[in-house]
Write a protein that binds this ligand. Structure first.
Ligand SMILES: [Zn+2]
Length: 343
């Protein structure tokens, strides 16, 4: 037995990555891939902290009604609505900042019912609905959940930080998250296999003329689509920095990732990789993030889809692999893409 009381660092290489061979000696083969999408601990990491989570059975959102019930507040009322109790339903549905969001996305035909249910019915009915009869063609339970979460966050920003958010920006954030959740279940749009849950990433470094500098890909083990996109950005930044490229335009076809890592609050993000990328961005270089359509990002996608399933090393390509040379040439010469929708 190599370690009696091992720490995380015992399973890491001096480079700061997991020691795959040591992990494979100790853990079953089916367990090892679970490590790879988790970023290794880093000396710059801050300590863990507590956060609240919603649990319908055992806890309540800490509204003023709930805080008063627990004896930690003497006001039951909403700070915006004179005399109205700040219950869960009030915050999430009836308070003006919430109402603005729901009035925009709830269809007129169901609006009366939506605003008349009690809290249990309201939550259960909405999180059970997979209808896409809304202007955004998203499953209603995803849209509803995203909006409820953002509405609770803007309430906390207002109460605890005196920050008021523009409703149109809040709504676009809700739609981004709902779209991201929806994409998690579309294997076609993700480098994460919907059946196995195993993810791969790929990326390409090119100069301003579009010529090849370097490419990379690797397995990241069990993951989700958002984490896979973040790993691709992270590894691409590391590769660029290590090769001395300090003026960089980062192109991604994932608007959610760009939104997350360009947010002013990245250093306090709940996602470890977002915080890690934020730290990378603080290095002395010039970075610009640009969203590009998926069709124009196909070389990176192709690299991700060609990772050998049993190889967990970081694969680098000094020359473009033969299966993407046509795609690169097409990008350089500016041939257009025609997107065909199935419906
Ligand atoms: Zn209110």
């Amino acid at each position: 037995m190599p370690f009696l009381f091992p720490s995380f660092t015992d399973f890491m290489l001096p480079s700061g990555h997991w020691d795959i061979h040591l992990l494979s000696d100790i853990f079953p083969a089916s367990v090892v891939p679970h490590f790879f999408s988790i970023r290794c601990p880093h000396p710059d990491d801050v300590a863990d902290n507590c956060c609240w989570r919603w649990d319908r059975q055992f806890s309540k959102l800490m509204t003023n009604v709930e805080r008063t019930r627990r004896g930690i507040s003497d006001s039951l009322c909403c700070d915006l609505c004179d005399g109205l109790f700040e219950s869960v339903l009030h915050v999430l549905r009836d308070c003006p900042p919430a109402r603005v969001i729901w009035d925009t996305i709830v269809q007129p035909s169901v609006r009366m019912r939506f605003f008349s249910l009690d809290v249990s019915e309201w939550l259960m009915e909405n999180i059970s609905s997979v209808s896409t009869s809304n202007p955004y063609k998203l499953a209603w339970n995803l849209l509803f959940s995203s909006c409820s979460w953002q509405i609770w966050k803007i309430r906390n920003d207002r109460v605890f930080a005196n920050i008021n958010h523009d409703p149109s920006i809040v709504l676009s954030r809700c739609l981004s998250w709902a779209t991201n959740y929806a994409n998690l279940y579309h294997p076609h749009y993700s480098a994460v296999n919907a059946v196995s849950g195993l993810g791969t990433i790929g990326g390409v470094l090119r100069d301003s003329a579009g010529s090849w500098i370097s490419g990379f890909c690797r397995n990241i083990g069990f993951s989700d689509a958002l984490t896979a996109e973040l790993w691709a950005i992270h590894d691409g930044l590391e590769l660029a920095w290590n090769n001395g490229f300090f003026t960089l335009q980062v192109r991604s076809d994932c608007s959610m990732v760009i939104s997350l890592i360009t947010n002013p609050n990245t250093t306090s993000s709940s996602h470890t990789l977002v915080r890690t990328i934020a730290n990378l961005c603080r290095r002395a270089w010039s970075l610009e993030y640009t969203w590009v359509p998926r069709e124009t990002n196909r070389p990176a996608d192709f690299l991700a889809k060609h990772v050998p399933p049993d190889d967990f090393s970081f694969l680098m390509f000094e020359q473009p692999p033969c299966f993407i040379t046509d795609l690169l040439s097409r990008d350089v010469h500016g041939s257009s893409y025609c997107k065909v929708r199935s419906s």
